[in-house]
Design a protein around this ligand. Structure first.
Ligand SMILES: Cc1cc2nc3c(=O)[nH]c(=O)nc-3n(C[C@H](O)[C@H](O)[C@H](O)COP(=O)(O)OP(=O)(O)OC[C@H]3O[C@@H](n4cnc5c(N)ncnc54)[C@H](O)[C@@H]3O)c2cc1C
Length: 380
């Protein structure tokens, strides 16, 4: 699908593409090899205002819509999947703030975003992954302050973020309706980083445990009111799932482009391997699937931007996230196949791409959970 980009969208895409070719590409290889957070790419992206994009204009942001953010994420998926995941974690805190933020929270955290401060989404716990409603972290009212205790795991940008959105039980026994959302600054007393994970892919992003020990917050740090936290988290996920479609399409496109270039150069049986019909068919199939995933992704972004929120959008964002990430896994795996033994070696980028792709089928709802959401919504 060729979407008609506005002048502003073209400028941003081209700026990112240039930055990607000149700097991010190399930094992605280096941070993957070193298995270290890619501070330099984060700095470069902040310099061009990427993390302030979603904040409202009145707080100094650009109020970028879903289409604009998806374009950004597609470019980051192509050049820096680690930074794409870092941005995704940040974006997951945007919609809850728009929908549930009081005047104090909006001003404080949208201003932080506009100043390129980074947010991290703290929902998952050791015993609460796909079943987010079973989380155990607690927030208890003590006078006019909430006291939060609990441990979150697998938090993207844990320990490097400037602020955190954390979900905790405020109404024990009420399940999904007993969970509230709080925004917390990084230097708040009682907040610390635990284990930093060693990962298969997106090794330039940081994934860490975050520990909340008697973290005290005034009531105004609660977003959306008591018991409304999980609903806000899920409403925020439509944007993020569509964005993950963009990341998947970008990464799959990068693997396809690498494959095409390699197939024209690599010779076997006296000719470039690009001349073998079996491989041409593989490439054709990869390209068709990427185009289909891209079309679905931008269609969902357009639906989001038109304001048609509700069950249809939830279904569509689930389809987008699940379909595009599955395609990305398939395409990157086939790219390794097309490179033969060289594809298995770290000298070529497709090995890293295949490892990076895997996380896209797991975060923000696994592929199985998305099949569940889509099936349930279609049959209800
Ligand atoms: C690198 C990385 C970064 C992450 N970043 C964040 C972050 O920033 N913030 C955050 O809050 N979380 C984050 N997560 C957590 C992520 O969202 C969870 O890992 C994911 O939701 C799955 O939860 P789980 O790992 O506990 O798996 P489980 O829920 O235990 O699932 C295990 C398996 O069972 C399947 N399964 C579970 N329930 C069902 C069901 N009802 N029907 C069918 N199959 C089912 C799953 O699909 C999976 O295959 C991150 C994870 C990783 C690996």
């Amino acid at each position: 699908m060729s979407i008609e980009l506005t002048e502003e969208q073209k400028i941003l895409r081209d700026t990112l593409r240039k930055l990607g070719k000149e700097k991010l590409d190399k930094l992605t290889i280096e941070s993957d090899r070193a298995d270290e957070f890619d501070h330099e790419s984060l700095r470069l992206l902040k310099e061009i205002g990427i993390f302030g994009l979603p904040a409202p204009v009145k707080y100094g942001g650009s109020e970028a819509n879903a289409t604009m953010l998806t374009i950004v994420l597609e470019e980051l998926g192509y050049f820096s999947p680690s930074m794409a995941c870092t941005l995704i974690g940040h974006l997951a805190l945007v919609r809850p703030l728009y929908l549930g933020g009081n005047a104090f929270l909006e001003e404080k955290y949208f201003t932080k975003m506009a100043k390129e401060e980074l947010g991290a989404f703290c929902l998952t716990e050791p015993e609460a992954g796909s079943d987010a409603a079973s989380l155990k972290s607690k927030a208890v009212l003590d006078g006019d302050e909430w006291v939060i205790n609990g441990t979150k795991c697998f938090i993207t940008s844990g320990g490097v973020a400037d602020f955190y959105g954390v979900w905790a039980v405020t109404g024990p026994g009420k399940g999904a309706n007993g969970i509230s959302l709080f925004y917390v600054d990084k230097d708040t007393k009682g907040l610390s980083m635990g284990k930093v994970e060693e990962k298969m892919g997106v090794r330039g992003s940081q994934t860490a445990e975050m520990i909340f020990e008697d973290v005290r917050l005034p009531n105004e740090y609660m977003c959306g009111g008591r018991g409304k936290g999980l609903k806000l988290a899920f409403e925020g996920l439509d944007l993020v799932r569509c964005g993950l479609g963009g990341v998947s399409v970008g990464l799959a496109q990068a693997a396809l482009d690498q494959s095409i270039q390699y197939m024209k150069e690599r010779r076997q049986f006296g000719r470039p391997i690009a001349q073998f019909q079996a491989l041409q068919f593989m490439v054709a199939s990869m390209a068709m699937k990427i185009e289909a995933a891209r079309a679905l992704t931008y269609q969902t972004a357009a639906m989001y931007d038109s304001g048609r929120h509700g069950t249809d959008l939830i279904t569509k964002s689930s389809m987008t996230k699940c379909f595009a990430s599955d395609i990305c896994m398939e395409v990157t795996t086939n790219a390794v196949q097309l490179f033969g033994g060289y594809g298995y070696m770290k000298d070529y980028p497709v090995e890293r791409m295949m490892r990076d792709a895997k996380i896209l089928q797991i975060v923000e709802g696994t592929s199985q959970i998305h099949h569940h959401i889509i099936g349930r919504n279609l049959l209800s």
